[in-house]
Each structure stands twice: as structure tokens, then as C-alpha cells.
Design a protein around this ligand. Structure first.
Ligand code: VAH
Length: 318
């Protein structure tokens, strides 16, 4: 069957790479990129684009009616750091945006829906190391609260309406194709650009702040593998833990210095994002995802640094 896939939040850090990958698999015209902002210059002609605001239910309904999507990827959200600056806006976008998409997916009989959760659903009371699929979850950010509530809503729409909605708790994500969007892990992308341009970086997290992270190619592959997994194999309809690797800013800086020995990094002491990072796990147990749909990360820190620097240097030279 010819897929018709709607991607909300298509111009974001995940969306930019997901749309590109989906268009490679299904063909450009099968993927309708949708965002409240115009696509950046590099991506503006890769395939169909629709302006859309997931908070405007009527215009969203018109998009569902026009395209009758077989799949929807709903990525639009405010992330952890920005969300703490604008808590009401974050809650409204992250919660009502999701509810509009779930409701319309049921109305228009969309076969599958993907929605990203985050390790931000865990909090100070969650086990810090190898945080399991099921445990105490007491998020202390609006972003984390909205993701935890969103997981419950996804499971509700699966159980009550039979909607095949699937979700992943992404770690912090790194990629070179799109800027991160205001999260607590954005440092792990900014440091590369600053290392290339200025050989120095002021990190907003302490040097020893260890956070679960993942390279974007692994993250995109995880979403697509989960969406392709046989429904009967899936034992979790809230969101799956997945793990890539865990590192601190100091560990990342040490790996980058193997390529740029002159890099100097200074560390802020009182940035508001430190408290957010402190509330998250150090590492994640992804045994349920491995068991249910054979999840397995591929990129280690050495591979990531090499690939990031190779590609960012090419961009810098343009
Ligand atoms: C953030 N990049 O920093 C996101 C992510 C685990 C972190 O959810 O908010």
C-alpha cells in the first residue's frame, strides 16, 4: 500500500532528519512535512510542505482530510530548557497538540502514529543508573510532566480506541544537520560548532554531568524500526526506553580534543539547566526494547565525534 505520511514539527532537530529519511524510503511526494515555520533553504524543495499549527484543531483536521495520512509522526513540542522559561506555553503545545493529533488520527483512521517521549519523564526519585522501563517517575520539568502525561494518553488511545500509537523515550540527541531546539542537552551539539569556529566553548553544564545521549542516525532508525515492528511484539504502549551511550561534557571534550587539541572548555556553575540535568538518569536500561523489537544502538562516542566533525567542517567550508 502506498504510504502517505504527515510529519508535524518537520523543521525541528528530529523532524529535519526524519523527513529526509522517510522521503528516501517512501519517495518525496509520500511525505508531507508540516511545521509552523517555513523549512530552511536547504530543505525547501525536497517534497510537499504544509504550514500547520497543531494547536489549531480545525486547520489540523483540514490537513488530515486533505491528505488522509496512513501514518503520522507528531514531533512538535517545546523542550526542557525553553519549557521552563514558558511553562504554560510548553504545557499547552506539548499536551493539547498531542491530544488534537490523537483525536484526529482516530477520526481519520490513521494506521499508525509516532510520538516522541523522553528520558525527561524520569525524575529525582527514579533510579539513577540503568533506569528501568518501569519505576518511580517524578519529572520536575514541565517538559517531563507533559511527556509523562503524553505517554499515559498514548496508552489510553491504544486501549480505548485501538489507535496504533507508538513512542520512544529519546535520550539527548546529537546531529549535524539541524540545530537543537532549546533543550538541556543542546551543549553536546553547540560544542562541536564552537570547537571548529573558535577552538573554545563555554559549557552551561558542569564538567561531570553524565546524561544518556544518542546520535541522530540511531534515533531515527529506532523510530522507524519501532514503527515497522509487528504490533503483536509490542508489550509497551506508553513509550520504550532506548539507550545509546552516556557521557559528560568533560568526556565529550576529551574525545573532540583527539581531533582539535587546542579546544578549551570552561564550565558555568549556576546555569538553570544544571538542575534539570541533575534530575535525569545517568544511564538507561533498554532491555524491553531489545526484547520486543531487537533494538540495538550502533554509534559510540568515537564514531559520533568523527562523523560530526567531518560533516560540520564541510558545512563550515561552504
Ligand atoms: C532536552 N533534547 O534536552 C531534549 C531531551 C533528554 C533531553 O528530551 O530537553
Amino acid at each position: 500500500m502506498q504510504e502517505k505520511i504527515l510529519v508535524f514539527g518537520a523543521n525541528g532537530q528530529i523532524g529535519t532528519e526524519l523527513v529526509e529519511q522517510l522521503r528516501t524510503i517512501h519517495g518525496g511526494s509520500a511525505i508531507i512535512a508540516c511545521d509552523i515555520k517555513d523549512p530552511d533553504f536547504a530543505h525547501r524543495h525536497d517534497g510537499p510542505f504544509e504550514h500547520g499549527d497543531v494547536l489549531q484543531e480545525a486547520s489540523l483536521q483540514a490537513l488530515f482530510k486533505k491528505h488522509k495520512p496512513t501514518q503520522v509522526f507528531h514531533l512538535a513540542a517545546l523542550l526542557s530548557a525553553v519549557g521552563e522559561q514558558r511553562p504554560q506555553v510548553a504545557w499547552e503545545l506539548n499536551m493539547n497538540g498531542l491530544l488534537h493529533v490523537l483525536e484526529l488520527a482516530v477520526e481519520f483512521k490513521t494506521a499508525k502514529v509516532f510520538w516522541p517521549s523522553s528520558i525527561a519523564v524520569f525524575g529525582p526519585g527514579s533510579p539513577k543508573h540503568n533506569t528501568p522501563q518501569f519505576c518511580v517517575m517524578d519529572p520536575s520539568t514541565v517538559y517531563g510532566i507533559s511527556k509523562l502525561a503524553g505517554e499515559r494518553w498514548c496508552e489510553y488511545y491504544y486501549l480505548k480506541h485501538g489507535l496504533d500509537v507508538r513512542s520512544i523515550r529519546y535520550p539527548g540527541l546529537m546531529g549535524w544537520k539541524a540545530e537543537p531546539g532549546g533543550g538541556t542537552t543542546d551543549y553536546a551539539v553547540h560544542i562541536f560548532r564552537e570547537a571548529i569556529k573558535r577552538r573554545e566553548y563555554e559549557c552551561f553544564l558542569r564538567a561531570d554531568t553524565q546524561i544518556p545521549m544518542m546520535y541522530m542516525p540511531d534515533a531515527i532508525r529506532a523510530s522507524l524500526e519501532l514503527m515497522e515492528a509487528p504490533a503483536e511484539k509490542l508489550t509497551t504502549r506508553s513509550a520504550y526506553n532506548i539507550a545509546g551511550l552516556s557521557f559528560s561534557p568533560a568526556m565529550l571534550a576529551r574525545e573532540i580534543r583527539k581531533h582539535i587539541p587546542q579546544l578549551t572548555v570552561t564550565y558555568l556553575k549556576n546555569d538553570h539547566r544544571q538542575a534539570i540535568a541533575n534530575s535525569w538518569p545517568n544511564s538507561i536500561d533498554d532491555s524491553v526494547a531489545r526484547e520486543d523489537w531487537n533494538w540495538q544502538a550502533r554509534f559510540n562516542l568515537e564514531d559520533i565525534c568523527e562523523d560530526m566533525l567531518d560533516n560540520l567542517r564541510k558545512i563550515a567550508l561552504r
